[in-house]
Design a protein. Structure first.
Length: 179
């Protein structure tokens, strides 16, 4: 299976990307091909809502979203990786998702398998409520097939993350993905 991992942290070696690395290791050991797109350092402008694309593209903006679009339309699965920012996905990932608008029909018709990996400093039981609801709604709307969520609470720093079960859980999620 061709898996696209979209990382969105401004910290290349931060906690969310650490969990993504564990997922990738598990997926590659199972024989999947993994491509990583670093949305945290890409140039992706926000959707203008200009309707030029008419939800079927192309988008009038010429930036790194053209690369993401091509990768997503070739992928069998996408993994959204983000630090938790005020109980939602990072602005970098949100910009990518908002730009799905220019190819919503094509992307939703794929019935793409997806997963979500999130890290947060906080460990309260309600910390991930809003981001998981957002992701589940996105899956419902886009006809994505949710393969799982790693909701890494108490993962505010790399050392904190390394002391949790979430590295193992991300690895196991990568291992269990089937074509």
């Amino acid at each position: 299976m061709n898996i696209l991992v979209i990382e969105s942290s401004p910290h290349k070696h931060g906690s969310s990307n650490l969990l993504a690395d564990s997922f990738i290791r598990g997926a590659e050991e199972t024989g999947h091909t993994v491509t990583v797109f670093d949305a945290g350092h890409a140039i992706i402008r926000p959707c203008l809502g200009c309707e030029v694309c008419d939800m079927s593209g192309p988008c009038c903006q010429k930036d790194d979203m053209e690369t993401v679009r091509g990768l997503l339309l070739q992928a069998d699965m996408a993994v959204f990786v983000t630090p938790l920012y005020y109980f939602g996905v990072s602005a970098q990932l949100k910009a990518v998702i908002d730009r799905f608008y220019s190819f919503t029909g094509k992307l939703s018709a794929k019935k793409l398998k997806t997963a979500l990996i999130v890290t947060a400093w906080d460990a309260n039981d309600w910390t991930m409520s809003a981001v998981s609801a957002y992701y589940e709604t996105l899956c419902r709307y886009m006809h994505f097939k949710n393969q799982g969520m790693i909701l890494g609470t108490g993962c505010g720093t790399v050392p904190m993350t390394k002391s949790t079960e979430f590295l193992r859980l991300a690895y196991e999620l990568g291992k269990k993905i089937s074509g």
